[in-house]
Design a protein around this ligand. Sequence first.
Ligand SMILES: O=C(O)CCC(=O)C(=O)O
Length: 281
Amino acid sequence: MNTNEKILPLRRHSDRDDIPKGSFGNEILLNEKGKQNAQRFVQSLAEMNLKIKVLNEINQKGYCVLKNWEDEEIIQILLNSVIRSNGELTTEVFEYWTEGKLPSLLLQIFGKHVYGHTCNVRNKNKINFKKIPYHQDSAYILPSSFDTEEFLQITCWLPLVDVSIENGTLEVSDTFENKQVSHFLKNGYMQICENINSIPLILKSGSIVLMHHNLIHSSKENKTNNTRWSIDFRYQNIQTPFLGMTQGFEIYPKRQLNYNDFNLRRVRFENSQTHKYSLIK
Ligand SMILES: O=C(O)CCC(=O)C(=O)O
């Protein structure tokens, strides 16, 4: 991009006739390449703003909700795929985890490398698993990960249907302290015994919640007759094993695995009623 093209978007603010909505700068001055550069420039400003919002909220309250994050059409593709597979990880979900919009946002946040190790498809209904006890996701990460000061894992919780108190939405603690509390393991879940005041997140499908690894959260039973479908994608800035059993894989800059490799190498957790998959070392 040459200097002229770079400053053109800024000319929108100078004293001049109204510029039609949706156009970028002076249509006569900008050639096609200039328009594309201007669009990219505006897009990069929007991404920078989003990154700042997410980081601020995650650091202050432990989570950030982005309403209208995803188009209804994409949510429907993901939902249909997991209904068809009865809650198994699908290519559509794997690709959503490892390509495009979501890892791009995480790349903005982490800067250089994006790793992933676990992606859970959850079909919560009256028969399938019920409550998830209060826990921090950091309880599932090997303690040695925290030797690296800048370690950050962000769990991205994507509801594929509207979520409410009745269908057992995600509940987050109303206070956040960036430190690990002690957990015990029961019925395959890490959990804490303290009493927690939590906020149920009532959301439309297509919203997304981004959570810090030390945010305390849980979810209650689904009391409705419809399945509560959601997916949680985990990303971190440092490759780190998951409770000693599993290995993360690089998503960006170079995705190390494809869906078939991932599928072959993943393990289903024993003693767990959830659909948790991780990679064998
Ligand atoms: O989806 C849920 O009900 C809970 C999700 C959760 O606890 C997690 O992703 O760590």
